[in-house]
Ligand binder design. Structure first.
Ligand SMILES: [Mg+2]
Length: 146
């Protein structure tokens, strides 16, 4: 596997997995990286990520008006969550990339594309569903799928 220098190219889950394994081994932290400990650490990081958005109200895409230091902090907390998720998956023997691809396929079966929405038709009967599809994070049906 070739090393990806900071700021260059794409980063794979396998590279992150190896980096996290090396990081833990070099510090003799492997005994502490149990599934439960890693899960709780990840939840703590989700809390830190949530604090960034706390009290800001709705935030537009692209984060216009945010200072660079705020975006850098956001990147750090997103990374903390990702790194613990990758490490947790590795410790549990789950191929996270393959599991995620499988889940996308399952979600596509569970939530088929609506042809009327795909073609941009927007009549009174489909406008509600179209809104949900445009922003699936707000759809109660999608929230239950994850
Ligand atoms: Mg953090």
């Amino acid at each position: 596997m070739s090393e990806v220098a900071e700021g260059e190219g794409s980063v794979t889950l396998d590279l992150l997995k190896k980096k996290m394994a090396d990081f833990a081994k070099e510090r003799d932290w492997e005994p502490y990286h149990s599934p439960r400990n890693l899960l709780l650490a990840m939840i703590g990081e989700v809390g830190e990520l949530s604090e960034i958005f706390q009290w800001k109200g709705e935030v537009p895409r692209g984060l216009p008006g945010w200072e660079e230091r705020e975006k850098e902090h956001l990147g750090e907390e997103l990374s903390d969550v990702l790194l613990y998720l990758v490490r947790l998956s590795d410790i549990c023997g789950i191929d996270l990339g393959q599991a995620a691809l499988r889940k996308v396929k399952l979600n596509a079966i569970k939530y088929p594309i609506k042809l009327s929405d795909q073609n941009g038709k927007n009549d009174a009967n489909t406008s509600k569903n179209k809104d949900e599809d445009a922003c699936p994070d707000n759809s109660s049906s999608v929230q239950h799928s994850a």
